[in-house]
Design a binder for this molecule. Structure first.
Ligand code: TRP
Length: 441
């Protein structure tokens, strides 16, 4: 379990396009399967419901995106690949985290704030048309990550705040329930990954309607590329690579050398038609074999379904179910037949309010000298009788300094007292002595 766990969430909305491929799929799979790493890739279909509420589209998109990742080389035999909604432990954990998540923190989420700002600008009620789903988005995402105690989460810049929130909820949970139940995840931003421009030169995005579908058939791919916005320079005129969507697209699919050659062609006045043909060939060379696999997979949706279900079933058995069981126990959702165990903040509070342990020395009716360790009314340790007060005193001094020695020989545990209790009391005693407060001997 000392492997670094890397977790990637994939929102299942829309049809995968070249921007998704260059910005997410390709880099994510490039780092998959390293020896010291355990990779988790999942389809965030529950998240998609916040925006997409057309059931047919949700189903279609989930299928296309699963097929796209598989076609691009995701190997479900070597990494975890599953669908969020197949792991009910995620939604159950969402509630446990909801109960420690600060509402004020959620109020500050960028997506929620943007929606409120828009309402204000339009003179609407602050929360008009905003669902609790949008508001709770970061908590569900935190559950995705922390159920598996993922260490690293590769994300775009827009997601950094969500990772910070996950850390915050995890920290609160750890604090309230008294130990390191959750690893606090870290966002990983890949500076190398370019944002791909779309047909109109703005960032390629579904919301700008400027995308090139990753698996568009050849003919359509060619047509779309022909439609990329360029300036009106004629063949023979030198062209700028800077600010050219066409050039940036080429760069995302070419080696350094080929990119340099393409830049030279721009300077030499290549015609836009020729440049587009070169770009088409370049993209098609990389995508064509993947497209073929994609089409095969899309023709057998039941196989994709089986892969996802298998992944979730194994993951639940190995990670999710036992993890949630531990968390249920931590918060007190427990078998009522087991003894009540006090843990977490409550235990810490009890320790703080418990009276300081103290050694008492005394002479008994038999004329011998004794000591005992008491905590309030409770006798934790009881010594045998010593012949002189000095002997008893020396023994107490030694114990106070942590030299408990061979316990059974000159003292025994009080009735109903456990060894752990004594150790805790002695530790507190030693700590207090170190702080210079001393103990009442
Ligand atoms: N919010 C992420 C996005 O929009 C998708 C996502 C959902 C995710 N859960 C996640 C990403 C967990 C990483 C980890 O891209």
């Amino acid at each position: 379990m000392s492997k670094t766990r890397i977790l990637t969430g994939i929102t299942t909305s829309g049809t995968p396009h070249l921007g998704n491929y260059v910005g997410a799929i390709r880099p994510a799979l490039a780092s998959a399967g390293a020896a010291d790493v355990e990779n988790f890739y999942f389809l965030a279909d529950l998240h998609s419901l916040i925006k997409a509420q057309d059931p047919a589209k949700t189903q279609r998109s989930t299928l296309e995106i699963a097929a796209a990742w598989l076609a691009c080389g995701l190997d479900p035999g070597h990494v975890w690949f599953y669908r969020q909604s197949d792991v009910p432990e995620i939604t159950e954990l969402t509630w446990l985290l909801t109960c420690v998540a600060g509402k004020g923190i959620l109020n500050r989420a960028h997506a929620y704030k943007a929606a409120v700002d828009k309402n204000r600008a339009e003179g609407e009620d602050d929360d008009a048309g905003i669902t609790a789903g949008l508001f709770m988005y970061p908590v569900l995402m935190a559950a995705d990550i922390m159920l598996f105690n993922a260490h690293k989460v590769p994300v775009g810049r827009d997601q950094i705040q969500h990772i910070e929130m996950a850390r915050d909820f995890g920290q609160r949970f750890n604090h309230v329930y008294g130990k390191e139940h959750f690893v606090l995840p870290e966002a990983v931003i890949d500076e190398q990954v370019a944002t791909l421009p779309g047909l109109d030169g703005r960032k390629m995005s579904k919301s700008y309607d400027n995308t090139i579908p990753l698996f568009a058939p050849r003919g359509e791919l060619k047509k779309l590329i022909a439609g990329i916005l360029t300036d009106s320079r004629a063949p023979g005129e030198p062209k700028d690579t800077e600010g050219s969507a066409l050039f940036q697209l080429y760069q995302a699919f070419a080696s350094k050398e080929d990119t340099a050659a393409f830049a030279q062609a721009f300077a030499d006045g290549i015609g836009w038609g020729d440049a587009k043909q070169k770009l088409f060939e370049r993209i098609d060379a990389e995508v064509a074999p993947l497209r073929e696999t994609y089409e095969t997979l899309m023709a057998k949706p039941a196989e994709i379904e089986a892969i996802l279900r298998e992944g979730a079933a194994r993951l639940r058995a190995l990670h999710a179910t036992p993890a949630l069981q531990r968390l249920r126990d931590a918060v007190g959702l427990r078998d009522l037949g087991t003894a009540v165990a006090v843990t977490g903040e409550a235990a810490a509070a009890e320790l703080k309010t418990a009276p300081m342990p103290a050694f008492k020395q005394y002479r008994d009716a038999d004329g011998k000298f004794y000591f005992k360790l008491v905590q309030g009314e409770r006798v934790l340790l009881q010594s045998v009788g010593f012949d002189s007060p000095r002997d008893a005193g020396q023994r107490v001094a030694a114990i106070k300094q942590g030299e408990v020695g061979d316990a059974a020989s000159d003292f025994h545990l009080g009735e109903g007292v456990s060894e752990e209790e004594v150790n805790a009391a002695l530790a507190a005693f030693v700590a207090a002595t170190l702080e210079g407060e001393g103990g009442a001997a």
